[in-house]
Structure formats: C-alpha cells, structure tokens
Design a protein around this ligand. Structure first.
Ligand code: ATP
Length: 237
C-alpha cells in the first residue's frame, strides 16, 4: 500500500530543547493513528512540521511522493493536508454556517454552499447552523473546528487533541461523529490524544513520543501495555 505520509529523519531544536530528535514514520491511508506522549514530548512539533508551521532543521516529509518541506501552511492545505488545533480556531461573532462557508471558500472548494450543507449534516451541526460560534458549548465548538478543517480537498486530517476540554461522555460522541465523517470522506486521520480510552477505541495504531523521540509504535494493545509507555506516557510508577 502506498504511504500517504512519510517522515524521514526529522530533527528540530529550539535552543537547547530537542523537540524532534530523529523522527521517521510512515503512515498508510487506511489506518487511524494516534500520537501519544506526555506534555512537551514533541507531538505538536511533529504536526507543525508536517503542516508547514515549522521547518525541520533536517529531514524529509513526503506527502504521497511529493516533498513538502519548505511549503507554506496554505500550500500544504491546498495539497490536501488539513489540521485542527488544540484550541478551536473559530470566528466567534459568525454563525456556524458562516464559519463553514468561510472555511470552504478559503479552501477554494468548487461549490462552497453545497459543501457547507454537506458538512452541517455530516457533523450533526445542522441544529446549530444559525447560532454564533462564540456562544456554542465546547463540544460543538470542537466539532465545528474539525468540520472546518475537513474541506472537500482533504486527504489527510491531523487533529491536535480533538477531545480536550470536554466531558468524558462527550469525548466519545465527538470522536464517533468525526471518525464517521472522515470515513465517508475517505480521509486518513492522525490524532494527538491524552485520553487512553479514546486512543484504545479509535486508533488502529499508536505512536508514543518521549523527549522528542519515539519510544513505541504498533497496535494499541501492544503500545498501551508496553512498560516504558506506561511509565513515561501514562504516568504509572
Ligand atoms: P503537549 O501535549 O503539551 O501539547 P507536545 O508533545 O505537543 O506537548 P511540543 O509542543 O511539540 O510537545 O513541545 C516539544 C518541546 O519543544 C517542548 O519542550 C516545548 O517547550 C518545545 N517547543 C515547542 N514549540 C516551541 C517554540 N516555538 N519555541 C520554543 N520551544 C518550543
């Protein structure tokens, strides 16, 4: 199977902090991957390098067969890599529909109106269409944020803690909707997550980061039981 994304030998330092030591990872189109790791382990740095917000000091990132190092975030989005952030990036004074319309227009979707209607349905946001984003409950804001990231051009969707800041019940509901929408859209999902119940339920593969490197990579069953992951990621003595 051809890889959707290949990172080879990525390194990134901030002064004395080595946020990526030598990251090499290959992602297949059909596998949902969760990136786990304690705060500061390097997960967001990895997403930032893939999406053009940070340039690696060295290494290669291939999207399909195309090297994307040095491209801007906007160019990378246009190629088909979408991303959501830890904190939803919404236009609070605009309605849900207007937010979606704006995202589809920025992504240069062929028919932004139709794409907006489809997103409202897929993400179960239709009941909120006319409400201002700033007044929505956090769980709905999260859904809106992901739905805005997932334009019709997306081939790869990167989610940075899609369930942070919402209740345990809501986490599963949000992920059910997001994963369902991604499946229908045929998009590969990579998500950063701190809740191991969510990881175990939704990921087909788990990559554990520690101190800028990778300490485990494999099935959720194997990785979540690994002794070093339990100690350094899950925080058990
Ligand atoms: P979290 O779960 O808290 O989001 P993370 O695994 O995503 O953590 P990163 O945000 O990638 O971790 O941070 C990795 C290391 O790099 C940390 O030590 C962080 O302080 C440092 N770092 C990240 N971005 C910058 C930056 N722009 N300038 C300086 N240091 C940075």
């Amino acid at each position: 199977m051809r890889a959707v994304l290949t990172a080879q030998g990525l390194q990134k330092s901030f002064g004395a902090v080595r946020a990526a030591t030598d990251i090499s990872l290959t992602f297949d189109p059909d596998t949902v991957v969760s990136l786990i790791g304690a705060n500061g382990a390097g997960k967001t740095t990895f997403l930032n390098m893939v999406t053009g917000y940070l340039r690696p000091d060295s290494g290669q990132i291939l999207f399909g067969e195309r090297d994307i190092v040095g491209l801007s975030p906007r160019q990378i989005t246009k190629l088909g890599i979408s991303r959501s952030f830890q904190i939803p990036q919404l236009f609070n004074s605009l309605s849900v529909r207007e937010n979606l319309l704006l995202a589809e227009s920025i992504a240069a979707t062929d028919n932004p109106q139709a794409a907006t209607d489809e997103a409202l349905t897929r993400f179960e946001l239709a009941p909120y269409a006319a409400q201002k984003a700033g007044l929505l409950p956090e769980g709905i804001r999260k859904l809106l944020d992901v739905s805005m990231a997932l334009s019709s051009r997306s081939k790869l969707l990167l989610l940075d803690e899609p369930t942070s800041g919402v209740s345990a019940d809501e986490k599963f509901a949000i992920m059910d909707v997001v994963m369902g929408a991604a499946r229908i859209a045929g998009v590969t999902v990579i998500f950063v997550e701190h809740d191991m119940d969510i990881v175990a339920r939704f990921a087909g593969r788990v990559v554990a980061f520690y101190d800028g490197g990778i300490i485990a990579d494999g099935s959720p069953d194997t990785v979540l039981r690994a002794e070093n992951v339990r100690r350094y990621v899950i925080g058990e003595e």
